[in-house]
Design a protein around this ligand. Structure first.
Ligand SMILES: Nc1ncnc2c1ncn2[C@@H]1O[C@H](COP(=O)(O)OP(=O)(O)OP(=O)(O)O)[C@@H](O)[C@H]1O
Ligand SMILES: Cc1ncc(COP(=O)(O)O)c(N)n1
Length: 269
């Protein structure tokens, strides 16, 4: 049996809703073999982040080498990278191992406001990693910090996507989850034309890890050989189902339901 393989380079969420745990669950649900390089341990639950403990530089470098020396992932995603040094290291190993299909989820701040990327590392993300990206998937506040512009209107979302492509990302996906209103519009730009993914906003507190899960689903689909547009379309359906069929875990912002998409595909409730 041949199986597509994907690697996630991200932080750990012991609560299982975001970070590498969300990524692995998503890979598994989409029939992709998952591997991890852990950058930091975030102690957190549905009420917030209680602590962040970065893995040492050597610890991350060794995980990247142990992975790269033996495995050939068909796609790679990055989530919480935390510092300039880690971003530079990932960029160096990316070139060294000649990986492909890089999905960058530029994780900066957790839902409750805890910083997951040091302020000064944003510029390093722009210069070192984004030029290697097949697709970069910021939410609106992340897109504002990356592009230096404020984003209110749809045309500003399009302009932010243009700027990300100018920085070297082949595709840009500006996610609309932080917008207000009944419909959520995610804007995908391929350097020439825009695609709009519109979905009904589900009213629920259980949206912890939506960005992680969405970008992991894109990564899984790219690993299986889908085009970027097809990968984003499937991933959008995956995250919509995961938010809609809520699990109701925890006292605060609970995780999304990673089982929901495949259960629906099988005709189960
Ligand atoms: N309430 C909701 N109903 C439907 N879709 C949602 C909802 N909240 C988020 N989404 C979708 O989930 C995806 C990611 O959401 P968002 O834009 O909030 O990213 P994010 O801030 O990176 O997520 P997170 O910080 O939770 O990991 C987007 O496609 C967004 O449209
Ligand atoms: C390890 C890790 N990575 C990413 C997030 C972002 O997810 P959210 O914005 O939903 O808190 C997180 N909380 N923890």
């Amino acid at each position: 049996m041949r199986i597509a393989q994907a690697l996630t380079i991200a932080g750990s969420d012991n609560g299982g809703g975001a970070g590498i745990q969300a990524d692995l669950k998503t890979f598994q649900e989409l029939d992709v073999y998952g591997m991890t390089v852990i950058t930091a341990i975030a102690a957190q639950n549905t009420t917030g982040v209680q602590g962040v403990f970065p893995i040492s530089y050597e610890g991350i470098a060794q995980q990247l080498d142990s992975t790269g020396d033996d495995f050939k992932p068909n796609a790679v995603k990055t989530g919480m990278l935390y510092s300039t040094e880690i971003i530079q290291l990932v960029a160096e190993k990316w070139r060294h191992y000649e990986w492909s299909n890089l999905v960058i989820d530029p994780v900066m701040v957790a839902k409750g406001g805890a910083p997951l990327l040091q302020q000064q590392a944003i510029q390093t993300l722009i210069t070192e990693l984004i030029p290697h990206a097949q697709i970069t998937t910021p939410n609106i506040p992340e897109a504002e910090l990356l592009t230096g512009m404020s984003i209110r209107s749809l045309s500003e979302r399009e302009e932010a996507a243009r700027r990300l492509v100018q920085m070297g990302s082949t595709y840009a996906l500006i996610k609309g989850g932080h917008d207000t209103g009944g419909m959520i519009v995610d804007v995908l730009y391929d350097g020439q034309s825009f695609h709009y993914l519109e979905n009904i906003r589900i009213v629920t507190p259980h949206t912890h890890g939506t960005g992680c899960t969405y970008s992991a689903a894109i990564t899984a689909e790219l690993a299986k050989g889908s085009s970027v547009l097809a990968a984003v379309t499937t991933a959008r359906a995956f995250i919509q189902a995961a938010i809609e069929d809520e699990l109701g875990i925890g006292a605060g912002h609970g995780p999304t339901n990673h089982f929901a998409y495949q259960r629906r595909q099988r005709g189960e409730k």
